[in-house]
Design a protein around this ligand. Structure first.
Ligand code: F6P
Length: 375
């Protein structure tokens, strides 16, 4: 569907904002910029609590599932982590988890109920801030006639057609700081420190923090690894008198011919990844005879204040989303394409993933620095 133009559309009076999936530093900055840009156009702005739950499961919200977003409500939130709207990575309305009379679990498409709720609440347009899952939902709503603008969010940076997502810079900066701190304790104890970072099926966080934080080995999903190669690298360092090593593993990395480490599976939500750091530490200890410890950075990467870079991208995205609606666009995502923010059809993004290209210069840089990728 090509973006629609303003001439044929009814005036926007009320716009809704929703944040879905895992939180990322910068969400509140988007909310503030979009709210102010919309209020300045004379539109009313509401925030939907917890993804779309506040709208289509009103019984769960005795105080109301919608938050009236006023200037006062979005004051002083640019630097705050989390989201004032709340979020969820369960209960995708397109695949809503249900239980039948026999107690069997199944998934149901409840998107029409959500669309009815949008009409009931007289919401003319939606700004959906989320990752691949949330943008796929937004795309489905747009295809069914709702005016929708997507805003790409994820610390994982795994969304297509935007140079970067906000939240990523904050996550990488914090992971790098942790790697800096781990060097001294690794060196003092002559240990291997294995640091597991988030990222789902993409290695962006591991790669960028590992290179910036002087890791000796980096394992990412895009390069299935052979642990012997990492053990060889550690032994080589030992021979040179470098008796400690830092190994960064992306949670979604896997050995050649092996599987991704999944902690749990649940109907209606993405698999929970994790556990690889412990496994790699145990196996490297066995292979090298050196003491190894695993550190899981996990949700620490999603917390805290967004970096200046993430704040600015998030503020630009929020304002650009409202500008897109004012221009009559729909079914598009705002995307960073320096020096500009442009619009990309949601169908080009929904359900797609951007992984690390094997020939990118960041990987080449790592190789030239002597970092082992387990291949
Ligand atoms: O997509 C963001 C992310 O932080 C991933 O890196 C991670 O696998 C996932 O969310 C964890 O989500 P949660 O623990 O909140 O279910």
């Amino acid at each position: 569907m090509t973006p629609r133009t303003s001439g044929r559309q009814a005036k926007i009076r009320r716009v809704a904002l929703s944040t879905g999936g895992g939180d990322a530093p910068g969400l509140n900055a988007v909310i503030r910029a979009a709210t102010l840009a919309a209020l300045n156009r004379g539109w009313e702005v509401v925030g939907i609590r917890d993804g779309y739950n506040g709208l289509f499961l009103p019984e769960q919200y005795p105080d109301g599932g919608l938050i009236n977003l006023t200037r006062a409500r979005v004051r002083g939130i640019t630097h705050m982590g989390g989201t004032i709207l709340g979020t969820t990575n369960r209960g995708n309305p397109l695949h809503y988890p249900m239980v039948d009379k026999q107690g069997r679990a199944y998934e149901k498409d409840r998107s029409n109920e959500v669309l009815r709720a949008f009409r009931r609440e007289k919401i003319d347009a939606l700004i959906a801030i989320g990752g691949d899952g949330s943008l796929a939902i937004a795309h489905a709503f747009a295809e069914k006639g709702l005016r929708v603008i997507g805003v790409p969010k994820t610390i994982d940076n795994d969304l297509e057609h935007t140079v970067v997502t906000f939240g990523f810079d904050t996550a990488v900066s914090f992971a790098t700081e942790c790697l800096d701190r781990l060097h001294s304790t690794a060196q003092a104890h002559k240990r291997i420190m294995v640091v597991e970072v988030m990222g789902r099926y993409a290695g962006w966080i591991a790669l960028n923090s590992g290179i910036s934080g002087s890791a000796d080995a980096i394992l990412i999903p895009e390069i299935p690894y052979e642990l012997n190669k990492v053990a060889e690298k550690i032994a080589q360092r030992d021979r040179m008198g470098r008796t400690f090593s830092i190994v960064v593993v992306a949670e979604g990395a896997k050995p050649i011919g092996g599987e991704v480490s999944v902690l749990s599976k649940e109907l209606g939500r993405a698999d929970r990844l994790g556990g690889l750091g412990e496994r790699v530490a145990r196996d490297l200890q066995a292979l090298t005879g050196k003491e190894a410890r695993a550190v899981v950075l996990g949700h620490l990467l999603r917390g805290g204040s967004p970096t200046t870079f993430d704040r600015l991208v998030a503020l630009r995205f929020g304002a650009a989303a409202v500008r897109a609606l004012a221009e009559g666009q729909s079914n598009v995502m705002v995307a960073l394409d320096p020096p500009i923010v442009r619009y990309v059809p949601l169908k080009k993004v929904a359900g797609r993933m951007k992984d690390v290209p094997l020939d990118c210069d960041t990987i080449l840089t790592g190789r030239e620095l002597g970092i082992c990728f387990g291949d």
